[in-house]
Design a protein around this ligand. Structure first.
Ligand code: GRF
Length: 211
């Protein structure tokens, strides 16, 4: 049956999750809704991902992620990029806040700003991002729309290490979903997000295990 295709191309994740000497100390950066933040927090609550979220940094006043962070009991800091003279100045403040909270893994979860070497050098190899396509296909904005326009039969999401070029860097984990003829950007995006929530916590554990 074709409806099993998504399960076939996204097999179950391993049931065992690594334990670390101490919980991974995560700092989450987000600009919007925050559903990936919540998925990571719930995975920690279920004692799957051995981590703690030290701080949430967001850049858009009124972003849904702020309400989610409050509901989850997580400290959240608004750093509004509009109030900084340059990307480097914003990143410098972000680094300062992350370090002040003892963060060792930076988790971009819908962070919609380009980052600079100021952030990348401060957390070398320890910054992850999630993107709603099977990279290297469809980097950049409106990835789901790009995939639909290209007529692909398989779409998905990618967790990768962050490098300077947008949506580049070594891939940690991907999940695929089949594209249905009736899909709109909204329906496909919704199915991709289910997979995002599934793989991001696992990818954080895997990245830390590999380091
Ligand atoms: C996700 O689709 C992610 O792939 C992209 O931004 C979106 C964030 O969603 N980078 P949410 O804010 O976590 O709900």
């Amino acid at each position: 049956m074709l409806e099993t295709a998504a399960a076939l191309i996204s097999p179950p994740l391993p049931g065992t999750w690594p334990r670390f000497e101490s919980p991974l100390r995560l700092g989450v950066m987000a600009s919007g809704n925050g559903s990936n933040l919540e998925a990571i927090a719930r995975s920690i609550q279920r004692d799957e991902l051995h981590a703690e979220i030290r701080v949430v940094i967001y850049n858009n006043p009124g972003a849904g992620v702020a309400e989610r962070a409050a509901r989850l009991g997580l400290p959240a800091v608004l750093l509004n990029h509009r109030h900084y003279p340059s990307r480097e100045a914003l990143d410098s403040d972000i680094v300062h806040r992350l370090q002040a909270h003892g963060v060792d893994w930076v988790i971009m979860a819908g962070w919609m700003r380009c980052v600079t070497t100021v952030l990348i050098d401060a957390f070398a190899g320890q910054i992850l991002n999630i993107h709603p396509s099977l990279l290297p296909s469809f980097p950049g904005l409106r990835a789901v729309e790009q995939a639909l326009a290209a007529g692909v039969r398989v779409a998905g999401c990618t967790v990768h290490q962050v490098e300077l070029a947008v949506d580049s860097g070594p891939v940690i984990m991907q999940a695929a979903v089949s594209v249905e003829p009736t899909d709109t950007a909204a329906t496909l995006q919704a199915r991709i997000q289910v997979q995002e929530h599934r793989i991001y916590p696992a990818a954080i554990a895997l990245a830390a295990e590999l380091t």
